[in-house]
Design a protein. Structure first.
Length: 274
């Protein structure tokens, strides 16, 4: 049997982030073969993943990054908040987000297939399951491309936003204000033209039912519902919302006060259970 040195164990630890004893055991089982030891650790991850497949992974972190023109957001889930705060876990989430920013994959499946440290992103997550001992899942990936993209991550990394703008060059605080507005006010769409027809129909029906319960005449229900819909557009679409820092103006008016050609092109928001 090969002699396993502390340096060998440390090298495998640096390559896989597995525990020192797990690395020592893997090297012993592989008779000192470094590549085989890595494979043993990965297979352990798959075995643990299979055992924990029916577990709920509802904790985790939300990570958003931008290079100015591209913004990406990923969610890496864990079973417990304890693991979500683990430095190795958050380090993996940031590596995946960095990889997404560098490669601009088209969707989540493409991100999972990207190479990462001698394997794929998907297999690296499985490998970490064996290291950490909980079900982990890369469950979400979205991106925005625009002339300027701003990100915001709320303290605790359970809520993040990315927002695309028509122009760069404004004070960075302007972009941050809007990204934080999305986080705080959770708009359903960019403007009223972006609200899905199904949502509009639902809001009209809710408005009619509320008016009906209030005893309003049947021939007045449509008009009342349309009034409630207008209020919904004002409260729930980003450009029509009141600016949280100055409720006398809307987000659209705030941006136009900075530059008449400055507006939002798109936004993404994700929150874990708060």
């Amino acid at each position: 049997m090969a002699v396993i040195s502390a340096a060998d164990v440390a090298k495998l630890r640096n390559a896989t982030l597995a525990g020192m004893m797990d690395c020592k055991k893997a090297l012993e089982e592989a008779d000192g073969n470094f590549d085989k030891a890595i494979e043993i650790i990965r297979k352990k991850g798959q075995a643990v993943a299979n055992k924990r497949a029916d577990r709920e992974a509802t904790e985790g972190v939300v990570v958003a990054k931008t290079n100015g023109k591209l913004g990406v957001m990923i969610v890496l889930n864990s079973e417990t908040d304890f693991v979500a705060k683990n430095a190795d876990f958050t380090g993996l989430a940031n590596k995946i987000a960095d990889l997404a920013l560098q490669n601009n994959p088209a969707n989540l499946d493409a991100l999972l297939a990207l190479p990462l440290e001698g394997t794929t992103v998907g297999d690296k997550v499985v490998e970490f399951i064996g290291i950490i001992g909980e079900k982990l899942q890369l469950s979400y990936y979205e991106k925005i491309e625009a002339e300027f993209v701003q990100t915001y991550i709320h303290p605790g990394s359970r809520l993040a936003t990315i927002v695309g703008f028509t122009k760069a060059g404004a004070d960075v605080q302007v972009y941050k204000d809007v990204a934080m507005q999305v986080a705080a006010m959770n708009p359903v769409a960019l403007d009223k033209d972006s609200v899905p027809e199904s949502v509009i129909a639902q809001e009209i029906e809710i408005g009619k039912e509320q008016a009906r319960r209030d005893g309003k005449p049947e021939d007045m229900l449509e008009k009342i519902a349309q009034g409630k819909l207008a209020k919904f557009f004002k409260e729930s679409t980003l450009l029509n919302q009141e600016f949280v820092k100055d409720n006398k103006i809307t987000i659209k008016q705030y941006l136009e006060s900075i530059d008449k050609n400055l507006t939002v092109t798109d936004f993404k928001r994700f929150t874990l259970n708060l």
